[in-house]
Design a protein around this ligand. Structure first.
Ligand SMILES: [Zn+2]
Length: 448
């Protein structure tokens, strides 16, 4: 048994196990004060020792605070790593967990699109969508995600159902997890300006973002103009799935950036995937990144789906490239970059559980974000928060005390074990939210 060596305050006994610490942290009074001493924090991209003061569910001080009232109870974290609540900027809750029903496909984007489209037409009732989305939210919450954007399939026969479900879940989860939404359909739907206007109006009512999948088309610029005009009309930000392909000729990211500048919507656009950017020649990539930087577009890399879908081969050979965008080049130009979970247990990606620690770990391996890892924590916290337009993803004075405590003291320890028993704090208290059981998805929603 180790006790705190700090002389001030009322020392609580140091709990050896995470379970013991969890019990203490779950039992804190909501309006009370506490010092979590000897934490390891990420400060300006580096691991740094420090204390965390919490008062009334908010961060009261970070680092050493000699002026801390002497009667605040202290709990020794023994150098445990503390990270801000994760912000996941790109998911598809409405497609989640339909793998058992829709089938796994052949690991290509094209087949995944076909399988999910068929499943959507056949099965996506209010109850079906709601059950699977709620399951995903419970997983994300369990792992420490504090805010999340889901794309929502918004084809003509689906968008009213799914956006109603979205609003219901967003309100239900409001105090635990901030849920954001973005529409999703092929950019060819923008050939019907009346449809885009109808979706944009619905999205605006739900406080969402207007999004579509872009790929090269002769009339792409005109289609983007329709999207940007609708977004401008309803005060919406935009979120594109761009260039999810190994075809270096796919240049829709630069077209999006040009449209963004043409419509005066700097800083209101994010783009996910952008795989082909990594395969373009250096001159073209530089030109695109320059436009993206000028337009203030945030880039979101989805390492799980990129690794799974890109460079899929059927000749018995092994994939030769990792499928991920030019992440480091983008950040070197001052472009905001973030990581997202993307698809979970569906034909686009049959695995995953909306755990942003896993996403960070995949990013570290696929993108070599280990220079050091702490320098890239903002890609799963404060950068995606800013892309969602929210003030979150920070351990900072005055913020809600939403953060996660890991038993590991650095990233070699934390990423090695993934820590299913990590302690998730909301408003300064441990939440102890169990993972939902897959059996909750049995019955009418999932064929086995
Ligand atoms: Zn996606």
């Amino acid at each position: 048994m180790i006790s705190t060596e700090k002389p001030s305050g009322t020392s609580l006994p140091f709990p050896v196990s995470n379970a013991g610490l969890n019990r203490q942290l779950a039992g804190l009074a909501p309006e009370g004060n506490v010092v979590l001493a000897n934490a390891t924090l990420v400060i300006e991209g580096r691991l740094s020792p420090g204390d965390i003061g919490i008062s009334g569910g908010k961060f009261a001080f970070i680092g050493s605070a000699p002026e801390t009232p002497i009667d605040w109870p202290r709990i020794d974290l023994a150098d445990r790593l503390c990270l801000p609540g994760f912000v996941d900027p790109h998911t598809h809750l409405d497609k989640g967990h339909l793998i058992g029903r829709a089938g796994a496909g052949d690991g290509t984007l094209e087949t995944a699109i076909d399988l999910v489209s068929k499943d959507r037409v056949d099965n996506w009732s209010r109850e079906d969508v709601s059950t699977r989305m709620a399951f995903g939210l419970a997983c994300a919450h369990h792992y420490g995600t504090a805010a999340l954007r889901t794309h929502i399939d918004s084809q003509p026969d689906q968008f009213e159902i799914s956006w109603d479900v979205f609003e219901h879940l967003r309100d239900h989860w409001r105090d635990r997890l901030a849920l954001h939404g973005s529409s999703l359909f092929s950019i060819v739907f923008a050939r019907d300006a009346a449809f885009i206007d109808m979706v944009a109006r619905r999205v605006a009512r739900a406080g969402g973002s207007l999004g579509a999948v872009t790929f090269p088309l002769p009339d792409l610029d005109a289609l983007l103009d329709t999207m940007f005009r609708a977004a401008d009309r309803y005060g919406l930000s935009l979120d594109f799935h761009a260039d999810e392909t190994s075809d270096a000729a796919s240049d829709t990211l630069s077209r999006i950036a040009a449209a963004c500048l043409r419509h005066g919507m700097k800083g209101k656009v994010v783009a996910g995937h952008c795989c082909s950017l990594a395969l373009q020649d250096a001159l073209e990539r530089d030109r695109t990144l320059e436009l993206v930087a000028e337009a203030g577009i945030g880039l979101i890399c989805l390492p799980a789906c990129n690794l799974y879908l890109q460079d899929r081969r059927f000749d018995g050979t092994t994939p030769r490239w990792r499928g991920v965008t030019a992440f480091k080049e983008a950040r070197a130009r001052g472009i905001d970059v973030a990581l997202g979970s993307d698809n979970i247990r569906d034909p686009f990606h049959p695995f995953g559980d909306l755990d942003m620690l896993e996403t960070l770990g995949l990013g570290v391996r696929a993108l070599h974000l280990d220079s050091p890892v702490s320098a890239w924590v903002d890609a799963v916290t404060v950068k995606p928060a800013s892309m969602l337009g929210i003030d979150a993803g920070k351990i900072a004075v005055g913020q809600r005390a939403d953060f996660t405590i890991f038993e590991g003291r650095d990233f070699t320890e934390v990423l090695a074990r993934r820590e299913p028993d990590r302690i998730v704090m909301r408003d300064g208290r441990a939440i102890n939210a169990a993972l939902p059981s897959y059996r909750e998805l049995d019955g009418p929603f999932e064929h086995r």
